[in-house]
Design a protein around this ligand. Structure first.
Ligand code: ATP
Length: 212
């Protein structure tokens, strides 16, 4: 079984997240993608972070129509800072074998990857797949500092990278919907519509609970 892990603050979840996850799932032929809302993301200020229970419920609502999409409350239940290394260890210990894990993230997150807790251990434990903006004139992996990739022990092999552990680092170009949760929160604060940036259920949920 091939399983993707897609973490984020999902504050709130939007069509950019959903479309990227769908395209990565299709490209890598993943059986399941777990959306994993962070209780308290290490790299983000907490100022306008909606309560984890609300973000979790919104992720459930947004993904419920897709049989490949699952939601994990592991980070929300753990509370405190959400470190991906702990989440990956949890999935490796609990998923039924044989199972290949792919840690999914956008390029913006990957560019900060060196600062993540136990980054060296993470690249040993799991495959990583980074979704990047579709660029028809430049197919293949984006130009990322080779030094950064060397530092983790990756070597290039065709269109992806391989770690001595045999785990891979790959890049999937996806249709980039220029939507951000920050932009959505800003619109809500100004009293503007967020229709068609997020699923209808999320528009209703945000309104009903007066979030943001
Ligand atoms: P914020 O604006 O609050 O920083 P965000 O929408 O950028 O939030 P997160 O919830 O922290 O996102 O992101 C979760 C993951 O989704 C990250 O890996 C990020 O790179 C990716 N992502 C965010 N926005 C998009 C988008 N429009 N298209 C594709 N991927 C995205």
């Amino acid at each position: 079984m091939r399983v993707g892990l897609f973490g984020g603050s999902f504050n709130p979840i939007h069509f950019g997240h959903l479309r990227a996850a769908e395209e990565v799932r299709e490209a890598l032929e993943l059986d399941l993608v777990y959306f994993i809302p962070a209780a308290s993301p290490p790299h983000k200020p907490e100022g306008d972070l909606a309560p984890a229970e609300h973000r979790l419920t919104m992720v459930r609502l947004a993904t419920k129509g897709n049989r490949h999409f699952m939601v994990s409350d592991i980070e929300v239940r753990r509370t405190g800072r959400s470190y991906t290394i702990e989440t990956v260890r949890f999935f490796l210990a609990t998923l039924r074998k044989p199972c290949t894990l792919y840690l999914m993230m956008g390029l913006d997150q990957f560019l900060e990857f060196e600062t993540w807790r136990e980054a060296d251990e993470l690249v040993k434990l799991t495959n990583i797949v980074v979704h990047t903006r579709l660029n028809e004139s430049e197919p293949g992996p984006p130009k990322i500092s080779v030094a950064a990739l060397d530092r983790f022990g990756y070597t290039r092999s065709d269109d992806h990278y391989v770690h001595p552990s045999q785990n891979t680092l790959s890049f999937v170009q996806t249709t980039f919907l220029p939507i951000s949760a920050t932009g959505i929160r800003r619109k809500l604060q100004r009293g503007e519509s967020i229709n068609y940036l997020v699923p209808g259920d999320i528009v209703d949920y945000v309104k009903r609970h007066a979030l943001y």
